[in-house]
Design a protein around this ligand. Structure first.
Ligand code: AMP
Ligand code: MG
Length: 346
């Protein structure tokens, strides 16, 4: 475990990557498992360490828009406008791929996903490594993404060369992914940059049906990753959405019928659920933030899901915001994905 505030450790991380190794690095979204995006065997090791299906492509990270030509080609003007607005930051754009990027990075496809991460240690490693870095979330495929170095260690110890500990990630959910190879542009994954913010620059943006779980159209999702039950604990999850009175009545009913349940709830629910926890030794209650504060919910969600999973509960209920505004859309999307779109709407 290396420390991101120690320059010698950051230099060590970059040196491991230059020699073809894999290092988990902090970003503002979640920890990324980074390796040289131009080296096919490194990229193959990333998939192997995560147990990730090879048809689920990786995001490539660059220092700034100036380096985008190393990764993509035929870059449209709107990509520059987006980068001016949000890079470095939690926004990934999908563009035609540069031939220098191995097909292994892009799942064999003609497009590449690219972003510039907003974390000083990641930027320093990019600088020192001198190559674009492929970096998917540094979790075992199917687990919630890691938002602390400890989460990375739990999943990938022995499979990667080092973790650079930069403390908990600020945003806590993965980047927004928007495809610029479609007309109109398409939101493939909601994240730290909201749909409303994208509208301001791009005008109309289509939302991929996979974002809301509507796969009934039979269309392949625009982002291959969206077809996997990602971000998910091992125990079955139900998203609980509705007014406080209805949602809490539902929770009470489920908790009474099934004591081995973990409830991931809003801070506001603690007044109601706290006393129940005192009555039942088996009930696990994990608050993940105030329902009024989407930043807090986004920041706390994955840690709470991991805690729920680690509690040994055989069933997990997650209080889900009703709103799709701003960052709430990303929070809702990750909860629904963890729940394989099982949602109790009350
Ligand atoms: P992660 O690396 O865990 O943050 O996941 C990356 C996400 O970006 C996955 O959902 C991928 O399917 C998606 N992605 C990566 N490359 C592409 C691409 N070329 N086209 C569409 N989606 C992509
Ligand atoms: Mg991931």
């Amino acid at each position: 475990m290396l420390k991101s505030d120690l320059p010698a450790d950051v230099a060590r991380a970059a040196s491991i990557i230059r020699q073809g190794g894999l290092v988990a690095l902090p970003t503002e979204t979640v920890y990324g498992l980074a390796g040289n995006a131009l080296d096919t065997s490194v990229v193959q090791r990333i998939y192997a360490a995560k147990g990730r299906p090879s048809d689920n492509p990786l995001i490539v990270h660059v220092r700034s828009f100036d380096d985008i030509g190393q990764v993509a080609q035929d870059v449209p003007d709107v990509a520059r406008a987006l980068a001016e607005g949000w890079w470095p930051g939690p926004l990934t754009v999908v563009l035609p791929k540069n031939p220098a990027i191995p097909g292994e990075v892009t799942g064999g496809g003609p497009t590449v996903a690219v972003r510039s991460p907003d974390h000083p240690a990641f930027q320093q490693v990019l600088d020192a490594a001198g190559v674009p870095l492929a970096a998917p979330s540094a979790n075992t495929a199917g687990k919630p993404s890691p938002t602390t170095a400890r989460h990375v260690w739990e999943d990938l110890r022995g499979k990667i060369d080092a973790v650079l500990d930069g403390g908990p990630c600020r945003v806590g959910v993965e980047s927004t992914v928007v495809s610029l190879v479609t007309d109109p542009p398409r939101l493939l994954r909601p994240g730290g940059v909201s749909l409303e913010e994208l509208w301001d620059v791009l005008g109309y943006v289509e939302v991929d049906p996979a974002v809301s779980g509507d796969m009934t159209s039979g269309e392949a999702p625009g982002s291959p990753g969206m077809k996997y039950r990602h971000y998910a604990p091992a125990a079955p999850v139900t998203a609980v959405t509705g007014t406080p009175v209805n949602a809490l009545r539902y929770l009470l009913d489920r908790v009474e019928n099934n004591p081995d349940v973990a409830v991931v709830c809003f801070d506001e629910d603690l007044g109601f659920l706290g006393p129940l926890r005192e009555e039942s030794d088996d009930l696990v209650v994990i608050p993940y933030g105030s329902q009024e504060d989407p930043d807090a919910l986004s920041h706390g969600l994955f840690e709470a899901l991991r805690t729920a999973d680690g509690s040994g509960a055989d069933y997990i209920l997650v209080r889900c915001p009703e709103s799709n505004d701003g960052l709430y859309r990303a929070v809702r999307n990750r909860i629904l994905k963890a729940a394989a779109f099982q949602e109790a709407v009350l």
